[in-house]
Design a protein around this ligand. Structure first.
Ligand SMILES: Cc1cc2nc3c(=O)[nH]c(=O)nc-3n(C[C@H](O)[C@H](O)[C@H](O)COP(=O)(O)OP(=O)(O)OC[C@H]3O[C@@H](n4cnc5c(N)ncnc54)[C@H](O)[C@@H]3O)c2cc1C
Length: 596
């Protein structure tokens, strides 16, 4: 069964013990927020997601979306859930107060997103896309556009979509052909076809605000000739309410492996009226604001799936009776022991557990930096936080979604054949989570972004926010008896990361294919070392607290056990990743193209 209890205790640990939530609440923008408020909000969010969204997850998957005469109908129950989502103020949670948002930190917003993605990934795409569209609009839209559209998008009455992909152009957006023609009144007319547009058409909101990449007639070729436009499904009347239908039509929805309750649409723009967002030909810059928000959001999808897959697997492993423990029957009164006793099942459960808890800890670190980047007190503080977010965005997107998919697969394996059949809903996790490794820039492209752009930017400055705290922690804790061998393990993995970074910088400068060949392994290596650092800090916090008798003793003891598992069973991958990076491109590129 799909099993989910919101991981509120771990969220609290991550926010207030592992990371310093008071650093956020000390910022002027969050002066009315405190840890108690955050806890209450997350508790309520946990209720909404587990009581309203989770029950629609399997039924939504079975029913899917329907398209009839250009109208997309979402599965039974989605409209009501979306209405409750908006009425509960969830769409406005971390949106800016000047447009009607509640102004809570993005860090809390991301934790809510985790719970939404865990309980119903398909549902999460609708508000997720709106959130990304709002980021681009806020940053690059004119004051008039912002005033007209943001309040309704924040309330959820109107939703957003992101229209980049065309049939012949996915990763390489420089190839896109959708055209925009300027009009005398300052607006534009757009024509062209887009595919794979999530939430491009549906019945949840009153209007859909498409952010569309298109090319002006005088645009330079390639990526430098792309502009961003706002194209509403319904044009606004003078009083700001939706009126006449604009020239955007849904011509098809994709039949796909998973996230079946999320409408993935083909859209035809036929002389559709649009407004420029940002400067002409600078659309990629504006779109990147949206894509970065979406990339972090997609990483959180991986985390959500990792958590629900773990919990569902644990529930089954405690119930399913097969075989006896290798150490002798542990439950002799039963006809067989529950499979949770078997080391190989433990291997899977522990891997899933550290995937979810590690990603939550790292995700919160990045989310807090995102809040500081936007609201930090001084320029230096904001710049440092921005650097860190820039470095970690591809890591969060790619590593979290890889690990989410790994956990979904392990959950299926834990269920055996009962995971492969549809009854328990575990195969849905595998199908749903797979897309997260592909959309918003494939994970391979994230790795290229990391080594090709984020590492060399500002002469390597982005690395400081990660490398400095790790180096300081190692130096301070070399003799810390609470950590024992762990610091040595961290130091070794960090050393491999530093060597790999130097090699990529040196070889990549001479030969970009060398950087490309190392990219995916490097992304995982930097991700693993970041997790190792956070697990070591977790242990330093948990050991003293684990001695105090009380309700939390089991929580801290489990944290220590999980950290040990990570160091014994996951972190050793860093050595093989380093060897792969060191091997370079030679064997990868040896075959001629026509030899495949
Ligand atoms: C369910 C779903 C929802 C989606 N939602 C949206 C949406 O809302 N809006 C939107 O605009 N798009 C959306 N997409 C599109 C999605 O973002 C693209 O599918 C994705 O970016 C990859 O593009 P592509 O499929 O054309 O693959 P391609 O670009 O053809 O890539 C194929 C393979 O080649 C690799 N590759 C390509 N170029 C390079 C390179 N330069 N270096 C190294 N490797 C390379 C890729 O990593 C990949 O493995 C969605 C797709 C799906 C399936």
């Amino acid at each position: 069964m799909q099993t989910y209890t919101p991981p509120l205790r771990d969220m609290k640990f991550v926010l207030t013990e592992l990371h310093d939530f008071s650093r956020l609440t000390a910022l002027e923008a969050f002066s009315e927020v405190d840890a108690d408020l955050a806890e209450t909000v997350l508790e309520e969010g946990g209720k909404f997601t587990s009581e309203v969204l989770l029950p629609l997850n399997m039924s939504g998957d079975r029913e899917g979306c329907r398209l009839e005469n250009g109208v997309v109908t979402t599965p039974h129950g989605f409209r009501d859930a979306y209405r409750q989502f908006c009425e509960g103020g969830w769409s406005a949670l971390s949106a800016p107060p000047e447009y009607g948002g509640q102004g809570l930190p993005e860090t809390i917003g991301m934790m809510l997103s985790e719970m939404i993605c865990a309980t119903n990934l398909s549902f999460g795409l609708y508000p997720g896309l709106t959130g990304g569209a709002m980021v681009a609009l806020r940053k690059y839209g004119s004051e008039e556009l912002k005033a007209q559209y943001l309040p309704k998008m924040i309330s959820g009455e109107w939703s957003g979509s992101m229209c980049l992909t065309e049939a012949h152009c996915g990763t390489d957006l420089g190839l896109l052909r959708t055209k925009a023609v300027p009009q005398e009144d300052g607006t534009y007319r757009l024509s062209g076809s887009k595919i794979f547009i999530s939430a491009g058409e549906h019945d949840l909101s009153e209007n859909i605000i498409h952010l569309v990449l298109a090319r002006l007639a005088d645009a330079p070729a390639g990526i430098k000739g792309i502009s961003l436009f706002l194209v509403p499904k319904f044009l606004l009347r003078d009083d700001g309410t939706p009126g006449e239908r604009n020239g955007v039509l849904c011509t098809g929805i994709e039949h796909k492996m998973g996230i079946k309750a999320s409408a993935t649409c083909q859209l035809a723009f036929d002389d559709a009226k649009g407004w420029l967002v940002g400067a002409p030909h600078k659309g990629m810059q504006a779109m990147f604001a949206m894509m970065n928000a979406e990339r972090l959001g997609v990483g959180i999808q991986g985390l959500g799936i990792a958590e629900v897959a773990y919990q569902s697997a644990v529930a089954y492993a405690k119930e399913r009776l097969q075989g006896r423990s290798l150490a002798g029957a542990k439950y002799p009164a039963l006809p067989a022991d529950p499979i949770v006793v078997h080391p190989d099942v433990r291997r899977m459960l522990m891997t899933m557990r550290v995937n979810a808890e590690g990603c939550r800890a790292l995700g919160a670190w990045v989310a807090m930096a995102l809040d500081v980047a936007e609201h930090g007190g001084d320029e230096r503080e904001r710049r440092d936080a921005e650097d860190f977010v820039a470095l970690m965005t591809p890591v969060v997107k790619a590593m979290f979604t890889d690990l989410g998919f790994e956990s979904a697969n392990l959950a299926m394996q834990t269920y055996g054949g009962h995971g492969y059949i549809a009854d328990h809903g575990v195969e849905q996790f595998v199908r749903d989570s797979r897309i997260a490794m592909i959309y918003e820039g494939t994970n391979g492209i994230q790795a290229l972004d990391l080594v090709g752009r984020k590492l060399p930017a500002h002469m390597g400055r982005n690395l400081r926010g990660l490398f400095h705290p790790i180096a300081a922690f190692i130096a301070e804790n070399k003799e810390n008896p609470l950590l024992g061998e762990m610091v040595t393990g961290l130091e070794r993995a960090f050393g491999a990361l530093q060597l790999a970074t130097g090699q990529i910088a040196e070889r990549g400068m001479k030969d970009p294919e060398e950087a490309g060949a190392a990219a995916t392994d490097y992304l995982r290596l930097i991700g693993l070392v970041s997790l190792a650092y956070l697990w070591a800090r977790t242990v330093a916090i948990a050991v003293p607290k684990s001695f105090a008798a009380g309700p939390d003793q089991a929580f801290y003891s489990a944290k220590i056990a999980s950290a040990r598992f990570f160091y014994d069973r996951v972190l050793p991958e860093s050595a093989s990743l380093y060897l792969k990076i060191k091997a370079g491109k030679a064997s990868m590129m040896a075959l001629a193209d026509d030899a495949f």
